[in-house]
Design a protein around this ligand. Structure first.
Ligand SMILES: Cc1cc2nc3c(=O)[nH]c(=O)nc-3n(C[C@H](O)[C@H](O)[C@H](O)COP(=O)(O)OP(=O)(O)OC[C@H]3O[C@@H](n4cnc5c(N)ncnc54)[C@H](O)[C@@H]3O)c2cc1C
Length: 280
C-alpha cells in the first residue's frame, strides 16, 4: 500500500478496530489463482467490481477485504489488488459454510454486484495484483508452517502425557516400544520442520527472497503435522476418536493446512520451478 493507505488502515487493523479478509479464490478459480474472473472496470473516479469470491476466511466479520480482480487481459499480469470496505453498496457476504474443522474461523462467499471502489483504494499499480498476492502468500505460508509446528508440539506433549498415564498389560503404554516409535517419529519430524521454519524466518528477516523456502516449509510442516495428528489418535486409542479428549479436533483442524494458501501439490510445483530456475 501507499503511505495514505497505510496511515488510514494500519492503525485500525493493528488495534483490532477492524478485521480484514483476503479474497483471491473464486468458484471456478482455486490453485490457478492467476486466472481470477472477478472484473474491475475503471469508470471515472472508481473501479466497478463484478464477480464472486469463495471460501473467504472471516468474511462474515471482516470490515475490509483485499480483493484480486481483473483489470486487464488474461493471466496473472491482468490482475489488480483493491482495498474494498465491506459497507460499499453492492457487496454481499454469503452464509458461513459447514466444514470439517477450524470451527473458530468462518468461510463465506463474497459477492460484488456493481461495487464502486474509489481509485485511491487500488493497491499498487494496475496489473501488480498477482505480485501483491504472491508476496502475501509467501508470508502466509511461513505463518502457517509455524502454526503447524505449534500444533504438532501440543499433540506430542498430549501424546506423551497420555502414554505415561494410560496403563495396559500392567504398565504405562509409554513403556511399549511400538508406542515409543510413534513418539520418536513425531518428535524427530517436528524438530526438522521447526528448524526449517526458523531458518526461513531468519532469511525473511534478512530481506532475502524466500519463495522457495516458504513453499518448502509449508509442504514439510503441513504434511508433518498431519502425520503427528494421526499418530496422536493412535496413541490415544479409542479416546483419540472421542471428542472430549480434543485429539480428534486437532486431527480435523490440521487437515486444512495441506489445502489452503496453496495445496501441497502447488507447493511442489513452486519448489520445482524455483529450483529449476536457480540450478544450472
Ligand atoms: C477453510 C478454508 C479457508 C480458506 N480461506 C481462504 C481465504 O481466506 N482467501 C482465499 O482467497 N482463499 C481461501 N481458501 C481457498 C483455498 O486457498 C483453496 O481452496 C485452495 O487454494 C485450493 O483451491 P481449490 O479448492 O479450488 O482446489 P483446486 O485448485 O480445484 O484443486 C483440486 C486438486 O487439484 C490439485 N491441483 C490443482 N492444480 C494442480 C497442478 N497444477 N498440479 C498438480 N495438482 C494440481 C490440487 O492440489 C488439489 O489436490 C480457503 C479454503 C478453505 C477450505
Amino acid at each position: 500500500g501507499n503511505e495514505a493507505q497505510k496511515a488510514k488502515y494500519l492503525p485500525l487493523i493493528a488495534s483490532g478496530a477492524i478485521i480484514t479478509s483476503f479474497a483471491l479464490t473464486e468458484p471456478d478459480v482455486g490453485s490457478d489463482s492467476g486466472s481470477v474472473k472477478t472484473r474491475a472496470e475503471l469508470d471515472g473516479d472508481a473501479y466497478v467490481l463484478n464477480g464472486s469470491k469463495r471460501y473467504i476466511t472471516n468474511a462474515d466479520k471482516a470490515d475490509l477485504f483485499t480483493v484480486m480482480a481483473r483489470t486487464g487481459g488474461p493471466g496473472p499480469k491482468g490482475v489488480t489488488a483493491f482495498l474494498v470496505p465491506r459497507d460499499l453498496p453492492g457487496l454481499s457476504v454469503g452464509k458461513p459454510e459447514r466444514k470439517m474443522g477450524q470451527q473458530g474461523a468462518h468461510v463465506c462467499d463474497v459477492n460484488f454486484d456493481n461495487v464502486r471502489v474509489p481509485v485511491e483504494n487500488r493497491l499498487g499499480a494496475e496489473g501488480d495484483g498477482f505480485k501483491v498476492a504472491m508476496r502475501v502468500l509467501d508470508r502466509g505460508r511461513l505463518h502457517i508452517s509455524a502454526v503447524c509446528v505449534g500444533a504438532a508440539e501440543r499433540l506430542i506433549a498430549d501424546s506423551i502425557a497420555y502414554a505415561k498415564n494410560r496403563q495396559q498389560f500392567g504398565k504405562p503404554i509409554a513403556e511399549f516400544q511400538l508406542i515409543q516409535a510413534m513418539i520418536a517419529d513425531s518428535v524427530a519430524e517436528c524438530k526438522a520442520a521447526k528448524a526449517l521454519v526458523l531458518q526461513t524466518a531468519r532469511a525473511k528477516d534478512r530481506g532475502e527472497r524466500i519463495t522457495e523456502d516458504c513453499a518448502c516449509a509449508k509442504l514439510i510442516a503441513s504434511e508433518m503435522v498431519g502425520r503427528v495428528a494421526d499418530r496422536a489418535v493412535q496413541i490415544f486409542g479409542g479416546a483419540g476418536y472421542i471428542a472430549d479428549y480434543g485429539i480428534e479436533r486437532f486431527y480435523r483442524d490440521v487437515r486444512l493446512f495441506r489445502i489452503y494458501e496453496g495445496t501441497s501439490e502447488i507447493q511442489r510445483t513452486i519448489i520445482a520451478r524455483e529450483a529449476l530456475r536457480s540450478e544450472g
